[in-house]
Design a protein around this ligand. Structure first.
Ligand SMILES: Nc1ncnc2c1ncn2[C@@H]1O[C@H](COP(=O)(O)OS(=O)(=O)O)[C@@H](OP(=O)(O)O)[C@H]1O
Ligand SMILES: Nc1ncnc2c1ncn2[C@@H]1O[C@H](COP(=O)(O)OP(=O)(O)O)[C@@H](O)[C@H]1O
Length: 232
């Protein structure tokens, strides 16, 4: 008779707690070596650009526009988005304060791995709590971008119909309606999306970070006509 792994666990009667006897393992490949494959010789390095703001502010549109643009220029970038991550990695989490905190903690860890691998990780999360957005411990560049769109505008956009549901009480704990949003105090960049297009907002981000991320490309960025920017 074979014993299932479940039976073994039951027999052991061990009370499993948070892991303690774990030791960080060193990679055999250095960050610099990975960077060489990704073209870091041209001055580019991995980082996280974190977009925060209300639902409908424009985080996803801007982050994905940038992702498409960077990738089309041969710069490795990847967008992590709240809706997507909550369908997979974080599908066990709710929108309670504690679970939002855990959502952001996990995503920040994943973003750090992307950055460590040499990519630009573009994160678009409501991330309403200021404390959760602080990533002082990260040894890789982390930039906060506040997508500063007023609640009234987000509610008017209501591209997913969520504000209507929140106002009707169908969705409880919706950020900006019956849960708070803590405005960033010292973001690297503030984007005002009213009266400008997604492409213009993405261009603002690119202009701001180009010199930090990729000095060699900066000239290209500024000489590119705006019409060439949309890269879909
Ligand atoms: N209660 C509540 N509050 C805010 N947002 C809600 C809620 N319920 C569902 N949604 C949808 O989930 C997206 C936000 O997920 P995030 O992971 O970014 O949220 S958080 O950072 O953990 O606060 C959010 O995506 P965006 O609209 O792109 O911001 C919504 O589509
Ligand atoms: N300058 C802008 N930047 C970003 N989005 C904009 C802008 N102007 C209008 N929008 C529109 O606002 C909506 C923002 O939706 P989305 O990107 O899903 O926001 P979020 O991810 O913050 O919920 C989209 O329909 C987008 O076309």
């Amino acid at each position: 008779m074979t014993t299932s792994s479940q039976d073994i666990y039951k027999k052991q009667k061990v009370c499993f707690q948070v892991a303690t006897n774990v030791t960080e393992q060193k990679h055999h490949v250095s960050r610099a070596k990975r960077g060489q494959i990704l073209g870091h010789l041209r001055g580019f390095r991995g980082c996280t650009i974190w977009f925060t703001g209300l639902s409908g502010a424009g985080k996803t549109s801007i982050a994905f526009e940038l992702e498409a643009y960077l990738v089309s220029r041969g710069i490795p970038a990847y967008g992590l988005d709240g809706d997507n991550i909550r369908c997979g990695l974080n599908k066990d989490l709710s929108f309670s304060k504690k679970d939002r905190e855990e959502n952001i903690r996990r995503v920040a860890e994943v973003a750090r791995l992307f950055a460590d691998s040499g990519q630009i990780c573009l994160c678009s999360f409501v991330s309403p709590f200021a404390e959760d957005r602080i990533h002082k411990e990260s040894d890789l560049p982390f930039f906060e971008v506040f997508v500063d769109t007023p609640l009234a505008v987000c509610e008017q956009r209501d591209n997913k119909g969520l504000y209507l549901k929140a106002r009707q009480g169908i969705i409880k704990g919706f950020t900006g309606i019956d849960q708070p949003y803590e405005t960033p105090e010292h973001p690297e960049l503030v984007l005002k999306t009213v009266d400008c297009t997604v492409e213009q907002s993405a261009m603002q981000v690119l202009s701001f970070f180009a010199s930090l991320l990729c000095p060699v490309y900066i000239a290209d960025f500024f000489y590119w006509p705006h019409s060439l920017f949309v890269s879909k």
